[in-house]
Design a protein around this ligand. Structure first.
Ligand code: PGA
Length: 252
């Protein structure tokens, strides 16, 4: 049985005080008997403060990005080991905003995934198509190419350590959520791809989150789909009530 995982991607939002308050309010309501693993991913400058706010709770800390080198002259970058050092256990990689706005390639993401796994971080690796690609019937091919490039060379053991997030770009921050059927179809395809590339054990163990305009109202119907194992939540993760309602929706 795959345990569901709900992660809040705060993106470039919040302040130190608001982030600490939000994280503390979430941590106060989440326990190990909650229906899902819960992760908060604040901006990197607030990781340490938010980490303190959730210390000793069942909520885990995640970063929104890392670099692929271990150390050295890479001005402005953060190594996976630094993220581990300040208490992160997860890192979001390959988010479409980074792919599109910061020109991250599948190869960059692949190097980051391997570097993160190398220090024991759990990568949440994101994939998804644009609206034009969906309209042109290219969704399966686009996502497959992203998976093959971003997850190239990963062993079976490494695959078992990461989380996949299917995030159709047209659904991110738009209020236009994929229907449960649209999301389930891609998730089932992804699981089939994992079975072909690895085996049925890997395919049935890897958790695949859906992301893109998930909120308190639509979460339950998405999370009820057999191949949707959680949510990567942007806007609705910035408010305690809506984020907690999504966690509760994982109970079914
Ligand atoms: P959204 O963002 O929930 O605001 O659509 C999701 C994401 O980008 O991870």
């Amino acid at each position: 049985m795959r345990r569901k995982i709900i992660a809040g991607n705060w993106k470039m939002n919040s302040s130190r005080a608001d982030g600490v308050a939000l994280a503390a309010a979430i941590a106060a309501k989440i326990s190990s008997s909650s229906p899902a693993d819960v992760v908060v991913c604040p901006p990197s400058v607030y990781l340490e403060a938010v980490g303190q706010a959730i210390k000793g709770s069942a909520v885990a800390l995640g970063a929104q990005n890392c670099y692929f080198e271990a150390k050295g002259a890479f001005t402005g970058e953060l190594s996976p080991a630094m993220l581990r050092d300040i208490g992160c256990s997860y890192v979001i990689l390959g988010h479409s905003e980074r792919r599109q706005l910061l020109n991250e390639s599948n190869q960059d993401i692949n190097r980051k995934v391997l570097a993160a796994l190398g220090v024991g971080l759990t990568p949440i690796v994101c994939f998804g198509e644009t609206l034009d690609q969906r309209k042109a019937g290219q969704t399966a091919a686009v996502v497959r190419e992203q998976i093959e490039g971003s997850l190239a060379g990963l062993s079976r053991e490494q695959m078992l350590q990461l989380v996949i997030a299917y995030e159709p770009i047209w659904a991110i921050g738009t209020g236009v959520v994929a229907t449960p059927q649209q999301a389930q179809e891609v998730h089932a395809d992804l699981r089939k791809l994992l079975e072909i590339r690895y085996n049925s054990e890997v395919a049935s163990a890897v958790r695949i989150q859906y992301g893109g305009s998930v909120n308190a109202e639509n979460a339950a119907s998405l999370l009820a789909q057999p191949d949707i194992d959680g949510a990567l939540v942007g806007g609705a993760s910035l408010k305690t009530d809506s984020f907690l309602a999504i966690v509760v929706a994982a109970r079914q």
